[in-house]
Design a protein around this ligand. Structure first.
Ligand SMILES: O=C(O)C[C@H]1C=CC(=O)O1
Length: 96
């Protein structure tokens, strides 16, 4: 199952720099692992914003929820999820 996910990140201005750095490094390590596993299929920066557009490829809504709630930056992100299904005009046969 594919899901489009937008994440807007808002770190508090008062957060100590070391804490912000640690959270970002932890988030990056998990994002790398999930991409290597094929779960986090696309990860794009939205130009000019501390936000991303992602596509997750998971087996269930419960799995997506588990992945998103495991993200270290989640307490500082607004997350929007859109379920995706195949477009009848798509020529990409490998998408589902
Ligand atoms: O920077 C972001 O967009 C937030 C988050 C998503 C992946 C990652 O490494 O950090």
């Amino acid at each position: 199952m594919l899901f489009h996910v937008r994440m807007n990140v808002n770190l508090p201005a008062a957060m100590p720099a070391e804490e912000a750095t640690r959270l970002k490094l932890d988030e990056k390590a998990l994002a790398h692992r999930l991409q290597e596993e094929g779960k986090w299929r696309h990860l794009w920066r939205i130009a000019g914003q501390y936000a991303n557009v992602s596509v997750f490829d998971v087996d269930s809504v419960d799995e997506l929820h588990a992945l998103l709630t495991s993200l270290p930056l989640l307490p500082y992100m607004q997350v929007e999820v859109m379920p995706l299904c195949r477009h009848p005009s798509s020529i990409r046969l490998d998408d589902r």
